[in-house]
Write a protein that binds this ligand. Structure first.
Ligand code: UDP
Length: 330
């Protein structure tokens, strides 16, 4: 199939482009480069031997996208392009609502206009809010603590409502848990701008001595060792989840969790990183971060049963590949 990947030079988008190309799909990438770099296109070429057509377009710009859809005959859209910094979203909510909603609506309108059959949307486990894990797709959607999370819920709703009238379309909402890791070549990975908000990029920057120590946000949660528990998933397994959705999802709107089903604490992840990479990670326990939840992990049975998708990479792979990528960008 010919697939438009928006946000295709970003962290998850670039890994997904590689997996799609390896499976024989044709990929076109759109990105506004607000949080990524154009040289990712060269890196995808080094890995796959395919030079992916790239267009620098902001998905809020309907007219530019319309021109592209007219020229290309897309079978599917995988929509990653979106703002994702939770903290920033509370400071600049309008920027988040405008960007994330308008981009999704523009793409859905173009799906309709050009009769595109597939739409895969990047959603997040954040839509489940604070409720007991494991989280299944049947768990109710709850109030999230920030505008970023609300944009994910709203985009899901918009696509779900659209699908109700268009039973010929395949619309898939993928709820990601915590992607970490990098491509084993060391060419693709996560490059945070400024101080990392997420745990793994912070750990790798401590490992490379860009930062003195890790601050662990609370050790008084009701978890195995008091630190927060999350479901970390290797970004390559996550990328393969998109391929499975593209190749196997049924018509109509469906939703799948993409996680491993296993919860790991902050301290467990830090200890695994230290052991596998043989590098010390100094840390200090500080106060809880506002809005954080004690424990979040997936039930990923639905994706396993219906998409025949399961994760194959371990936490050891994740910490090794994350560090391998960080060493490459030094
Ligand atoms: N965390 C931490 N120090 C950091 C960043 C994150 O202790 O510098 C903790 C955070 O409190 C949570 C876990 O690591 O328990 C994962 O946080 P992240 O921001 O990566 O993902 P999210 O909270 O969005 O699931």
């Amino acid at each position: 199939m010919k697939i438009l990947i928006t946000g295709g030079t970003g962290y998850i988008g670039s890994h997904t482009a590689v997996e799609l190309i390896k499976d024989g799909h044709e990929v076109v990438i759109v990105d506004d480069l607000s949080n990524s770099f154009e040289d990712v296109i060269d890196k995808i070429k080094t890995i796959t031997n395919v030079l992916v057509p790239f267009h620098k377009i902001d998905c809020k710009n309907y007219d530019l996208l319309d021109k592209l859809f007219k020229e290309e005959n897309f079978d599917g859209i995988i929509h990653f392009a979106g703002f994702k910094a939770v903290g920033e979203s509370t400071k600049e909510p309008l920027k988040y609502y405008e960007n994330n909603l308008l981009s999704t609506i523009n793409l859905a309108k173009l799906m309709e206009k050009y009769d595109v059959s597939h739409f895969i949307f990047s959603s997040s486990a954040t839509v489940y809010g604070d409720q007991p894990s494991p989280l299944s797709e049947k768990s109710p959607l709850m109030e999230t603590t920030n505008p970023y999370g609300e944009t994910k819920k709203m985009c899901e709703r918009i696509l779900n409502d659209y699908a109700k009238n268009r039973s010929d379309k395949t619309i898939v909402l993928l709820r990601y848990f915590n992607p970490i890791g990098a491509h084993k070549s060391g060419l693709l990975g996560e490059i945070p701008q400024g101080t990392p908000n997420n745990l793994m990029p912070y750990i790798t920057q401590v490992a490379s001595k860009k930062r003195d120590k890790l601050f662990i946000f609370g050790n008084d949660y009701d978890t195995v060792d008091g630190t927060g528990v999350r479901d970390y998933i290797h970004v390559v397994d996550l990328a393969k989840g998109h391929l499975a959705a593209l190749n196997k999802a049924n018509k109509g709107c469906s939703v799948y969790n993409l996680g491993t089903g296993v919860g790991i604490s902050v301290l467990e992840l830090v200890e695994t990183f230290k052991k596998i990479n043989k590098i010390d990670i100094p840390y200090e326990i500080v106060a809880r971060r506002a809005g954080d939840i004690a424990t979040v992990y997936a039930s990923s049975e639905k994706a396993f049963k219906e998409l025949n998708w399961e994760t194959s990479l371990s936490v050891e792979d994740m910490v090794r590949d994350s560090w391998n990528f960080e060493k490459n960008i030094e």
